[in-house]
Write a protein of this length. Structure first.
Length: 125
């Protein structure tokens, strides 16, 4: 169900916490109403990322990411870019930090999930 805008009362249990002022709805916002234990529950979701998987990467980091996603080792990336393996390791560490991941395989999953419009589950990070 597409939603054009959002506003309402933020609730915790049976108590209203604060009024949420009207605001434009995020792109891709979806919602559904569920009936649970004789209560109506509105469940809303929207993608957190669109476009580039990691838009804050430098040009060099984008190049390293492209080569790593193609399966290149740090040494192979270094040779292809004319840099040292240590520089590549540092760039890869920065990419991991920006992506919120800790391994090459999870980085690949993260990039694939973003390209598909999904979000990587927290337990997979």
């Amino acid at each position: 169900m597409p939603i054009a805008s959002c506003a309402g009362m933020a609730r915790h249990g049976d108590h209203a916490e604060e009024w949420v002022p009207p605001c434009p709805a995020p792109v891709g916002l979806r919602g559904c109403r569920l009936e649970l234990d004789e209560r109506n529950v509105l469940v809303m979701s929207f993608p957190l990322h669109r476009g580039s998987a990691l838009p804050t990467l430098t040009a060099a980091e984008h190049d390293v990411l492209r080569l790593v996603l193609a399966g290149a080792s740090n040494a192979q990336v270094a040779r292809a870019r004319g840099s040292s393996p240590r520089t590549v390791a540092n760039q890869l560490a920065s990419i991991f930090r920006k992506a919120g991941v800790f391994s090459r395989s999870t980085l690949a999953l993260r990039c694939a999930a973003v390209e598909l419009g999904d979000e990587l589950p927290e337990e997979a990070r």
